[in-house]
Design a protein around this ligand. Structure first.
Ligand SMILES: Nc1ncnc2c1ncn2[C@@H]1O[C@H](COP(=O)(O)OP(=O)(O)OP(=O)(O)O)[C@@H](O)[C@H]1O
Ligand SMILES: [Mg+2]
Length: 240
């Protein structure tokens, strides 16, 4: 075998996962190369969040491998996975409601175990609304503002790969548009992103490549452009 390809940053191989006796993932395989934005698309309950939680170590897989730069990290603790350079933005936007925007970021900066370019100043530049809101408590932010703060907090840990779980969920269309612009800017700065989404338009506007998950297995994979251009295929895969 010849090694012509550069090693992917993340390679999930035949991943199986379960909540107790309830099996959820049945051999998921996917890859993310450095600098790519890859989207995991799929309807409610197909296993998008579970895939991310397995990568992060919140749910140790029952089978398969999770290769991070070639090292199998399956079963590592969430803390260790984060230190290795994977940042997770969960779908429920866990910010501190009682702390201000600045305090939320400061806590994240102090907790960061990795050096890198992401400082409070840098995330303020990426999300210009945040410095305007720096004194506001998390609990008084809108859904879109909370989402931006959640992403900003995760960036403070200087991840090399960002797992974004349903960033557009529950947000008004205009807010989703704004978020899209910011995530695009982040990608342009070289961030590698694995996105989980039910929002087809949002994901196809961002992603380079797409995996469609169905009942815990990968049903389709291809360039995002293919799904963008082919409505029949899109309808077929996502029944929209
Ligand atoms: N903590 C849990 N305990 C038991 N079953 C769970 C748990 N979390 C999720 N599941 C089940 O696992 C399956 C996959 O859920 P998962 O959250 O990964 O889906 P998803 O693709 O992220 O869906 P959504 O689009 O709703 O976020 C679902 O059938 C769900 O009911
Ligand atoms: Mg989910």
């Amino acid at each position: 075998m010849t090694m012509t390809h550069q090693e992917p940053l993340l390679a999930i191989e035949d991943l199986h996962a379960a909540y107790g006796l309830s099996r959820v993932l049945f051999g998921v395989s996917l890859q993310v190369d450095a600098g790519e934005c890859v989207c995991l698309l799929g309807r409610n309950g197909v296993g998008k969040t579970t895939t991310m939680r397995s990568v992060m170590g919140f749910l140790p897989p029952t089978g398969g491998r999770i290769l991070w730069k070639g090292t199998n990290i399956a079963g590592w603790s969430p803390h260790r996975v984060a230190r290795a350079g994977i940042g997770f933005v969960p779908e429920d936007r866990r910010i501190f409601a009682e702390l201000t925007v600045w305090e939320n970021l400061d806590v994240a900066a102090r907790a960061a175990k990795r050096d890198g370019k992401w400082t409070i100043k840098a995330v303020y530049e990426l999300f210009p609304i945040l410095p305007e809101l720096r004194g506001r408590r998390g609990g008084f932010l809108s859904g879109g503002e909370q989402q931006m703060l959640t992403i900003a907090r995760t960036l403070m840990g200087n991840p090399e790969l960002l797992l974004l779980d349903e960033p557009s969920e529950g947000l008004a269309p205009l807010v989703v548009e704004a978020l899209l612009v910011h995530i695009r800017a982040l990608k342009k700065q070289g961030m590698t992103i694995l996105l989980a989404e039910q929002g087809v338009d949002f994901s196809l506007a961002l992603a380079d490549r797409v995996y469609v998950l169905e009942k815990g297995t990968i049903r389709y994979t291809g360039p995002a452009g293919e799904l963008r251009d082919d409505q029949k295929l899109r309808n077929h895969l996502l029944s929209l």
